[in-house]
Design a binder for this molecule. Structure first.
Ligand code: NAD
Length: 309
């Protein structure tokens, strides 16, 4: 049974994940190689805890569910039943972490990666017990989005997948098992199919960026939160899908390189919120308000979807 969890890497994803796992009664040790990241993570943990309060996810009973920060990797992983690796999306960096912990953990400690899409089969080549390595792909913000993908690589033991799925379920979250170790898994494959078409439409001048967002958020997005794509096919009728897809599929973007608009913007350091400009422009004040507003709306929508309002 998993009770002690070590999180390695406390950037965007780690702190919210730590907060949510602790609310599930688990003991979390949180480690990052950068002292500044640990300090930032403490503040992010407090913010995430406030959001979890708003979501109505109560703290566990006294003594259960703790988060302890450390700058010592040995102390972080010692005695852990599960390690969640959460370092940047780069195989070399991830492999360094696996090598560093390999000799420090028990042979049955599960090592999970939050990779957004590197096949688990590639990652498990860098660890001495590949049967215990598994993908555990959270969605951002991890303390708000309840779905987590669980992915086994070629050498992952079925029991490892089952243990992680059960852990996720036991703390009230929604595990989804991805049965084949395809790049990007399922969530990001679907998202990137949507993003490719959205960028293409804006790039070709079919629609303004603001209108694209209104169209997708209030058309597809709002509906899809209630009726998933498979159920949507049944709602629309497979006969309708058959006739529309018979001519539309051939007209959709199928580009297999990065769109010129994206290359142009990244080349000019227009990276989005983090640089103040991307598809839209942001002042520091707007950024702050936007993050709080988005968290508030996601919490409100989730409470409604769960039938708690
Ligand atoms: N950001 C997202 O929306 C998102 C969503 C789902 C999954 N992921 C995945 O989660 C992982 C982490 O993403 P992120 O956005 O939190 O990254 P990030 O860049 O925000 O944070 C990574 C953290 O890892 C730390 N780090 C780097 N090398 C380390 C080492 N050797 N040991 C310990 N810590 C180290 C860095 O100091 C940093 O704090 C990636 O694999 C990413 O693809 C990200």
């Amino acid at each position: 049974m998993i009770q002690r969890i070590a999180i390695i890497g406390l950037g965007t994803m780690g702190p919210g994940m730590a907060a949510r796992l602790a609310r599930g009664g688990l003991h979390v040790t949180a480690y990052d190689v950068a002292p500044a990241a640990i300090e930032r993570a403490r503040a992010m943990l407090a913010t995430a805890e406030g959001v979890l309060d708003a979501l109505g996810i109560a703290p566990p009973s006294a003594g259960a569910g703790t988060v302890h920060f450390t700058d010592d990797i040995g102390a972080a992983v010692s005695g852990a039943d599960l390690i969640i690796e959460n370092v940047p999306e780069n195989i070399a960096i991830k492999a360094d972490v696996y090598r560093a912990i390999d000799g420090l953990i028990a042979s049955d400690t599960i090592v999970a990666s939050d990779t957004s899409g590197i096949p688990i089969t590639q990652l498990q080549a860098h660890i001495s017990h590949p049967e215990r390595m598994v993908g555990m792909h959270w969605s951002n913000p991890p303390h708000i989005i309840p779905m987590i993908e669980v992915i086994g690589g070629e050498k992952t033991a079925p029991q490892t997948v089952a243990t992680i799925r059960e852990l996720i379920r036991s703390i009230g979250l929604l595990p989804v098992v991805v049965k084949k170790d395809v790049p990007g898994f399922v969530e990001n494959r679907v998202l990137y199919a949507l993003l490719r078409e959205a960028v293409d439409l804006v790039e070709r001048g079919v629609i303004e960026p603001e209108d694209l967002d209104t169209c997708v958020s209030w058309g597809i997005g709002y509906k899809i939160a209630v009726v998933g794509p498979m159920a949507l096919l049944d709602m629309a009728g497979l006969d309708i899908y058959k006739s529309v897809s018979s001519f539309l599929n051939a007209d959709l973007s199928n580009r297999d390189d990065v769109a010129p608009m994206v290359l142009e913007k990244t080349g000019a350091s227009k990276l989005g919120i983090k640089s103040g400009e991307g598809m839209f422009s942001y002042t520091p004040e707007q950024t702050k308000t936007l993050q709080a507003e988005r968290a508030r709306k996601l919490v409100a929508v989730r409470r409604i979807l769960e039938g708690r309002e």
